[in-house]
Design a protein around this ligand. Structure first.
Ligand SMILES: O=C(O)C(=O)C[C@]1(C(=O)O)C=C[C@@H](O)C=C1
Length: 313
């Protein structure tokens, strides 16, 4: 009984209630006796931190084995797999820890583990008046991977073409921009990168990059993540109306476009079509699209794909 009185007194003191008449306080049905002390709680946190740390070190061993199975000298980055990892964790996420903070941790983990496998570097188009692109890239790729800033998408493309371990980040296409970068991805040159990701994948609420959108260019084939959008470019010597393009897309068996951009330079016309599904380089619907357009010499090329960003609770 003495112990019960003691615990109840302590509880009342904590609650700022008078402790007189304490002997009349009935024994509680629930576990006041188990209220852990601050030191005990911190010991539990230390133990959790040790487990997390041990698991990270074990994860590093597995990533090294994965790295050894990838082609030597190539880029180890796998944006489709990274998207699957983040989506899966978001689906199981619960509790008070903010979901985007959890994503931020895993972005740091996967950035560091990509860097562990290959000398990846990021070339960012960060015009002087748009410093947020740096943050957009840092939020995604973490602090281990070295970055270089460039003034124009052309400079970024040149950096990616010069080194297979350089990954480029350029502003997402907008209609009526004077010199869009995307028609340049139609070149058949083997150093030409693909679009492999759209940023942000998950918006970081207080980032300087939160209102910006970038595309990641890498010398990799885009890989399906299970929920993707493909970017297909058409080059022709004649202007293609939107309705003609839409009809040809449907006739080729592709899903309706979710976004369209076009540009003309010196009598050459380019259209960029975003399709709400993954389309690989060898997809027969590409040839079907070229045919359905009915324009002599029209070329249709997949510029890449990106994993559709998840809805973050
Ligand atoms: O799964 C892989 O291919 C890995 O290299 C592992 C890992 C990861 O840390 O989970 C790291 C880098 C890749 O971009 C994707 C995922």
């Amino acid at each position: 009984m003495g112990a019960v009185v003691g615990v109840s007194t302590f509880t009342l003191l904590l609650a700022g209630l008078p402790t007189r008449g304490i002997a009349l306080v009935p024994r509680p049905q629930f576990a006041f006796m188990d209220v852990p002390t601050l030191d005990e709680l911190r010991r539990q946190i230390d133990s959790i931190d040790d487990t997390l740390h041990d698991l990270l070190m074990r994860r590093a061993e597995l990533v090294e084995r994965i790295g050894a199975s990838k082609p030597a000298g190539g880029l180890a980055l796998r944006p489709g797999r990274e998207a699957q990892v983040i989506r899966r964790l978001l689906e199981r996420h619960a509790g008070r820890f903010p979901a985007n903070a959890m994503v931020r941790l895993w972005r740091e983990i996967m950035g560091a583990f990509t860097f562990l496998q290959c000398p990846i570097r990021i070339a960012i188009c960060r015009p002087a008046d748009q410093p947020g692109y740096w943050d957009l890239a840092r939020d995604h790729f973490g602090v281990q991977i070295p970055f270089t800033a460039h003034e124009t998408p052309s400079q970024v493309l040149a950096a990616v073409r010069a080194d297979p371990n350089v990954v480029g980040i350029v502003p997402a296409p907008v209609q009526d921009e004077p010199q869009p970068w995307w028609p340049r991805l139609m070149s058949g040159d083997p150093t030409t990168p693909h679009i492999v990701q759209k940023l942000p994948f998950v918006v970081m609420p207080n980032s300087r990059g939160r209102d910006l959108t970038g595309f990641v260019l890498a010398r990799l084939d885009a890989e399906p993540s299970g929920h993707d959008r493909a970017l297909i470019a058409v080059e022709a010597r004649a202007e293609i109306s939107r309705s003609r393009l839409a009809a040809a897309i449907r006739k080729a068996g592709l899903q309706d476009a979710t976004a369209l951009y076009d540009v003309e330079q010196a009598g050459t016309y380019w259209d960029l079509i975003e399709i709400p599904e993954f389309v690989g380089d060898a997809d027969p619907r590409l040839a079907a699209l070229a045919l359905a357009l009915g324009i002599e010499g029209a070329r249709v090329v997949v510029l890449g794909a990106y994993a559709v960003p998840p809805v973050v609770p």
